[in-house]
Design a protein around this ligand. Structure first.
Ligand code: PMP
Length: 445
């Protein structure tokens, strides 16, 4: 149990402009977490709250890992910060090598060149820029167009919102020119209540051919998708879809980017979705589980061939891109210690052992009032509720509040409940999650 003091008195709430939050609503009835250990948060009234979301899809090894804390403290006491622009420090190279050893797709995939960032959004914009720079370097400079997908979430940078497919994240802002979007793969009429990959919809990957016919392949640099879309409600790729998308990209000289910010580091039961689905992209974006959510960090895995194409030409800076915190020594220390925990406890494949029990228990919620669809894969679940016509999103939000009061943290997006517990989840806790959630759904319905 954490010995952090419980903060009984809520601090002043005005100054912190909270991200992706209904600030006025929250501040009228705040929910505060003050400590965390293992599978649980402690709320400010002392209640234990089971973490059904691994924080924000990131605390894959559970909370309060001592090894990570100690590594961070050691690093802060030896080298707190050093630049990586025209300078090096050993731990950044050490962490990149360690990541290359477990790179998506294994050694044959060649995704073993690593560019460090500070977050998922930065990883996405970095991958998009690498793709554009690569096309230019190989004499394909007319390829400047970027393709995303409806209902995709790729963070909040201008690149990420442009290829992303969430209208509320886009409408107040200009987008980078020349993006377009594949149709999303969500088809509840044909694929409702599936465990694992849905049967129908591989042909939706051919939508890339439509965009090629519309714009010309010679204008398209890259196509980015989340292998499993998380933030827009757990959309799982139909059987054969990713294979067909890979083939279409190959046909047209388009780089394929997998955004594995959520699916990376064990969420599906393999180290990466690339391994799980056996489809190899050209670039992979990661963050979140990279450091178990402890120190902000992201990483882009690039195919060696992509990297090497940018290492040609006269001596000089190969890619005019990077961040003050690329390869931050403290984040690298957290990352190395995180990999150690994943390795020692077999967490990168643990979701595979739990997936059947997880799916069976979650699908038991089928038949509850207002539940219109359930989707599960690895240790993820999406549970869709019928929206109230007068107040879309309200029903799931009420379930979220009710769950929190009953001691379970879930995440909701619109009227979809998303679950993604830490990978240290015990079987008994699956029942606990489903029990609390089922009661909350019944009450709200
Ligand atoms: N891509 C995906 C697939 C994500 O799920 C997220 C965050 N949920 C991001 C990018 C953005 O990451 P961050 O919030 O760290 O910028």
């Amino acid at each position: 149990m954490s010995d952090a003091p419980l903060r009984k008195n809520t601090p002043a709430l005005d100054a912190f402009w909270m991200p992706f939050t209904a600030n006025r609503q929250f501040k009228a009835a705040p929910r505060m977490l003050v400590a965390a250990h293992g599978m649980h948060y402690t709320a400010d009234d002392g209640r234990q709250v089971l973490d059904g979301t691994a924080g924000l899809w990131c605390v894959n090894a559970g909370h309060g890992r001592r090894g990570i804390a100690q590594a961070v403290e050691r690093q802060l006491n030896s080298l707190d910060f050093a630049p990586t622009f025209q300078m090096g420090h050993p731990i950044a190279f050490e962490f990149a090598e360690a990541l290359a050893e477990i790179a998506p797709g294994g050694p044959a995939a060649g995704l073993d060149r690593v560019f460090f960032t500070g977050s998922g959004s930065e990883s996405v914009d970095t991958a998009l820029k690498i793709a554009l720079a690569y096309q230019r370097a190989i004499g394909q400079g007319t390829r400047t167009r970027l393709i995303g997908r409806e209902r995709g979430y790729h963070g909040v940078g201008f690149g990420g919102i442009s290829v992303g497919g969430i209208v509320s994240n886009r409408r107040a802002f200009p987008q980078i020119p020349g993006t377009d979007h594949l149709r999303h793969t969500h088809d509840p009429a044909r694929n409702a209540f599936t465990k694992g990959q849905p049967e129908h919809g591989a042909d939706l990957a051919d939508d890339l051919d439509r965009l090629v016919a519309l714009h010309g392949a010679e204008t398209i640099a890259a196509c980015i998708v989340e292998p499993v879309a998380g933030s827009t409600g757990v959309l799982i790729p139909p059987k054969g879809y990713l294979e067909r998308l890979r083939a279409a990209c190959d046909r047209h000289g388009i780089l394929l980017i997998f955004d594995e910010v959520i699916s990376g580091f064990g969420r599906l039961g393999a180290p990466f979705a690339t391994d799980f689905f056996g489809v190899v992209p050209d670039l992979v974006t990661t963050a979140k589980g990279l450091t178990n959510g402890t120190i902000p960090m992201g990483a882009v895995f690039a195919k060696r061939s992509v990297h090497d194409a940018l290492m040609q030409g006269p001596d000089g800076i190969e890619l005019f891109h990077g961040y003050t915190y690329s390869g931050h020594p403290v984040a690298c220390a957290a990352g190395l210690a995180t990999l150690e925990v994943y390795r020692e406890e077999g967490l990168l494949t643990r979701a595979a052992d739990l997936a059947d029990d997880w799916a069976a228990a979650i699908h038991d919620l089928r038949g509850r009032a207002r539940v219109t669809d359930i989707r599960t894969i690895g240790l993820i679940a999406g549970i869709e509720l019928e929206s109230r016509p007068d107040a879309p999103g309200k029903r799931a939000y009420e379930v979220f509040v009710d769950c929190f009061e009953r001691g379970l943290l879930i995440r909701v997006t619109g009227d979809i409940i998303a679950l993604s517990p830490p990978l240290i989840l015990e079987r008994a806790q699956i029942g606990e999650i489903v029990g609390i959630l089922g009661d909350a759904i019944d009450r709200v319905a």
